[in-house]
Design a binder for this molecule. Structure first.
Ligand code: NZQ
Ligand code: ZN
Length: 394
């Protein structure tokens, strides 16, 4: 295990009716005038918005709304939010929704107190040293931004979907996690969220670091919980127990509890960001297409690790003489699981085209330090092209 520091100071308020605590929590973390960030309206249909803003009203905290954040959130809403915060003298940002609303809130928080362009934090031109406090009311178990040190925004100039450098500074101050709100999710979003959390776990699981038994076991438990809970939530959207398991797993999958002390990979995420930049697909759906392809491409690097995953998570019989066969059986089971949840597993199913692959590789080059990427296996341009070709077939 490698040395590590782990600082994850978000307060989690979990369970039914917890949105009523928003006002008190904003005050506790120093907020007095709030920017409320929302998406396309789902949070008004399921009551999350009404509960949270009633709590702000009850606490005597004025607020203004920035509505209309799109999935795969764009820079335009960030600039708009920064303008509102400055113009109205707001000092706290509350996201109500999923990763897109939360990441927009985080980016506004970074940019509001900075004289330059907030995108400077994404290009590395400026370090992230402070931010306005952010709170969240989560309504989809998926991206894990409610507890994470990351933020992903698409800069409209150049259509660049990039994450900012990871930093504890941007972790939310608090996150309200009421699983009831996730009962209104369409099946496709429930499944995309489940895939995303599995990907967050596996990006950490496939590591070259030895002696990480505890985090291996924790990661396997999280994946198994998703495999158990996701079909239940898909069969019965009101299954509170399954929704609760998914919501807490999604947080644990990405606040780095299972990533400490080990090298991490993140190659599948890097490639998926090109897919969602090109085709505006749901992030989890893009991962369902690209991650099994990445696994097939890199399995030869450490067949035993893939065999361990296959046997411990899917119960595949371990063939010690041919661990790669066991590992491949696990990859097939994972892809089949995604398919059974209604997720795409090939380019065609997300409207992607194999002939765009060279353009995606070229687009990736615009990112500072674009190649190689990936901590488990270093991925160069030719590797990326080969993996995307496997993903195209599914
Ligand atoms: O826009 P509204 O109307 O709110 O609808 C949303 C949206 O269409 C809908 N939705 C959310 N909660 C709902 C609901 N519909 C019905 N009932 C509910 N309770 O779901 C759709 C997707 O919402 P979004 O916020 O985009 O989902 P998600 O949480 O999956 O976030 C995806 C974004 O997060 C980024 C992704 O790349 C993508 O841009 N990520 C952020 C990370 C982070 N900051 O740590 C890590 C991830 O790896 C990921 O890259
Ligand atoms: Zn993700």
């Amino acid at each position: 295990m490698l040395n590590f520091t782990f600082y994850a100071p978000t307060l989690f308020d979990f369970g039914k009716d917890t949105a009523g605590d928003v006002g008190a929590l904003v005050k506790r973390f120093g907020g007095s005038r709030v920017l409320v960030v929302t998406g396309g309206g789902s949070v008004k249909k399921n009551g999350a918005f009404q509960a949270a803003t009633a709590s702000l009203d009850g606490a005597g905290i004025p607020w203004q709304e920035l509505a209309g954040v799109q999935p795969n959130p764009r820079s335009g809403k960030v600039y708009e939010g920064i303008g509102l915060v400055r113009g109205e003298g707001l000092d706290f940002i509350l996201a109500i929704g999923g990763g897109s609303a939360i990441d927009t809130a985080k980016a506004i928080g970074m940019g509001a107190g900075y004289s330059g362009d907030f995108w400077d934090f994404f290009t590395g031109k400026a370090p992230i040293v402070r931010t306005l406090p952010v709170g969240t009311v989560l309504t989809i178990a998926a991206a894990g931004s409610e507890g994470s040190d990351s933020c992903v925004i698409t800069q409209e100039k150049g259509n660049l979907k990039w994450g900012c450098p990871k930093t504890d500074v941007i972790r939310p101050k608090f996150s309200i996690l009421d699983p009831s709100y996730t009962c209104t999710l369409p099946p496709y979003q429930t499944a995309s969220g489940a895939v995303d959390m599995i990907a967050h776990i596996l990006e950490r699981y496939f590591s070259n670091t030895p002696d990480v038994a505890l985090t291996d076991r924790l990661a396997e438990a999280l994946v198994k919980t998703v495999l158990d809970a996701a079909p239940k939530a898909l069969a019965d959207p009101d299954d509170y127990a399954a929704r609760a398991d998914l919501m807490w797993t999604g947080m644990l999958a990405h606040n780095n509890s299972v990533g400490v002390g080990r090298e991490q990979d993140w190659a599948s995420h890097q490639m998926e960001h090109e897919l969602s930049a090109f085709y505006d697909c749901a992030h989890g759906a893009g991962l369902a297409v690209v991650m099994p392809a990445w696994m097939e491409y890199v399995i030869g690097h450490d067949p035993m690790r893939f065999a361990q995953f296959a046997s411990r998570v899917f119960g595949c019989e371990m063939d010690f003489a041919h661990p790669e066969d066991t590992g491949r059986a696990g990859i097939a089971r994972l892809r089949e699981t995604f398919r059974s949840w209604g997720m795409p597993v090939s380019f065609a199913q997300i409207g992607a085209k194999a002939e765009d692959i060279p353009a995606m590789v070229a687009h990736r080059r615009e990112k500072p330090g674009a190649f190689p990427f990936g901590g488990f296996v270093k991925i160069g341009p030719d590797d990326m092209e080969a993996i995307l070709r496997i993903a195209a077939e599914g």
